[in-house]
Design a binder for this molecule. Sequence first.
Ligand code: BG6
Ligand code: MG
Length: 225
Amino acid sequence: MNKIGVIFDLDGVIVDTAKYHFLAWKGVANHLGFEFTEAHNELLKGVSRVRSLEILLDIGKVKLSEAKKQEFLISKNEEYLKYITKMGPEEILPGASKLLDTLDELGIQYVLGSASKNAPLILRQVNLYERFIGIVDGNSVSKAKPDPEVFLIGAKKLNLKPEHCVVFEDAIAGIDAANTAHMISIGIGDKQTLSNADFNFKNLTEITSDFIKSLIKKTQTIKQK
Ligand code: BG6
Ligand code: MG
């Protein structure tokens, strides 16, 4: 069967929320008395909320009790939500809506595979929630990317073998997760950073219908092996 399904990461692929995560984490760092730069923020892409706090505390060389860590996780998210709840469809990244249209035309189903616990809210804010046949988010997994769990659950929702799933990702941890799951990994963003991906594109505007069709052919070849 020449069937493929697509799993989309959310942050950095469909919407640019990294800038809001940055502002919220910067607030935590400043409160704790150290600087948090955009370069530091790169380290948090694709990483779970809890792991993000650990990385941030390492940067500031700050040690906190578990109770304090919980407090900061809550206050960071409250701050982040202030930005998220103001988002609208104009914040959908270039090419994303058109790619969903192309997939619809080709009869290819897609699900979300995100580390974010706020993913359903964000998708609703930008009016894309209803378009996905399934949502796998930070609430549905026990292991964060680069563990493949999030994408393997996505493949189940698509009712497809992992080899027939195509993952769009902007983070190294996500590309590694897709590769470990034996899925086709597509890196969106800097080619050097995402050099482990099977294919690389700067952004979703570069994804054509012909490219998607070539992926269908590719999965047929895999099957014949
Ligand atoms: C990922 C982001 O999609 O979600 C990370 O790339 C973020 O930067 C993670 O830490 C968790 O997000 P949230 O919304 O659950 O805090
Ligand atoms: Mg991402």
